[in-house]
Design a protein around this ligand. Sequence first.
Ligand code: NAD
Length: 577
Amino acid sequence: MVEEDGMDLEEEEEEDYRSESRRKASTVFSVIASVLSGFLGNWACFKVSEMLNVPSQAFPAAGSQQRVAPAGQSRNKVVLKPGHSLLDWIRLTKSGQDLTGLRGRLIEVTEDELKKHNTKKDCWTCIRGMVYNLSAYMDFHPGGEEELMRAAGIDSTDLFDEVHRWVNYESMLKECLVGRMAVKPSPALQAHTEKTESTHLNGLSAPPSLRPEPLSAPLPAKDHRPRYDWFQTDGTVNIVVYTKRKIPSAGCAVVDLQDDNLRVEMLLGRMSYLLYWRLSSRVQDHVDVQTAHSVGKVQLCLRKSVKEKWTQLGQSLEHHDTFIQCKDRGLFYRECVLLSKTDVTHNTQLLRLQLPPGSRMQVPVGRHVYLKTSVQGTDVVKPYTAVDQMLIPPSQSSAEVGSDIHLMIKVYPDGVLTPHIANLPIGASLSVGGPEGSLTLRVLRDVTHLYMLAAGTGFTPMARLIRLALQEFTVIRKMKLMFFNRQERDILWQSQLDELCTKEERFEVQHVLSEPADSWTGRRGRIDACMLQNFLERPENSKCLVCVCGPAGFTESAVQLVRQLDFSEEELHVFQA
Ligand code: NAD
């Protein structure tokens, strides 16, 4: 059975998870920029409506300048004392100072013992079976010590996963490791991820009882799960995945062939279907992916290294044939090569990254990937929304699709990751994880008027949305972008946007500058009610969607103003990466 966009199927499948989602409705957001610095982030959760499609995790980390708090609630980011940046933390962890108070000894911690360490000066927490002393980190936490104290003396795995699931805490807190839990502290530890392998720290692995169990796929009532089949010829092995829903043009397949391991993930709305094998025999390190979008079929073709008959495809690996929510799937990284860097503005570059030959990544519109790199020996991770090489790129052949990723990166001189990325030479390798993200095309269903409020690099998720809306959603009669920047030189793809305006009757862009030159004749200021009143028209018989993305303060104001104009939660989508 094939249903349009798989939307109805998704809805039914998600019903199974709804009670869980409600439980987690007090989702927290933590910041990103400071993410790493604040990886334990701001757990001062604010309730966020599920209708906003706000992801239940990490980006931006709580308290971040990128994070929006609900109406009336202020953000929780604290000003760190001088000498307490992420880099300072990394330096401290390398200084040889005893950060656990145990002089490098690793111990087994009972639940009762853990509970005792619940003060700022003596703050232990358990994440995925491993216990850390967070006391030294208190002053480095951008979300503030109060937020960190929410983890004090308890198993904070759930909190951590909701906020910073993708952050490499093992690396960040390596020197704070106290030991492992002696007993099973809570069911939360069984909750997942594929990070099992990485829980080996300082020679210590999580206790067996605490290791995440393989994910079992909760079966929906009806068999809406994708299924697969395989066949071979003399020289090829072919895997066919029937997703049972229509696949958007951007595709949904993420394929990684590393050595003999083949990992195939299908991103189907909010759901993820995973196939994972150790192949029976060697294949060449190139995978061909063909998608039949309307029937929902994806076919992979692998070339055998030796022409011989395979008796089986391979041995199933962890989480093989599971169908779960994307947010519950562990992040998978692959090494990409930096192919080119192109200046977009004075401080923003377009990076083109080439996936390894055995990888293909079809990033759904509005989703982000994670860049991971080592800064002074500590892994630093940050999400970036994938864009196309230009606003409306020339059509690519299907063979090219999914072999490169384009990311638009603003370089912050005082940032930890971006100056590093800016200085990377062509040919350098970068670890790319994901993709992830909350946008599903369901929100665009029947929309006639699409409004986009973007600030700064908050434009990036809009870029592919504009293209998608123009090329594939003919029902959309009007799409308008209000683009907020400091100065004219900060406007991303300005000439392309202006050109699109002249070419496309349905598309309109309005620029607003907060720090304009005297010569600027356009709109000035920051987002306010007056600007939006005229911009967000609601003609009769229209169905509107307002998408918002930008710095936290901007997003917060935009959401409040849009709500005040009587737009419902269903009519609002906030990109939080
Ligand atoms: P910026 O600091 O240059 O600001 C751009 C404009 O945003 C300003 O001109 C102003 O009009 C507005 N603005 C900024 N702070 C505001 C506030 N407190 N109240 C009202 N308006 C405000 O922007 P930038 O440096 O390009 O940062 C862009 C942000 O967007 C980053 O925080 C980035 O993480 C976020 N972002 C999020 C996603 C996502 O969630 N998917 C994707 C890309 C970027």
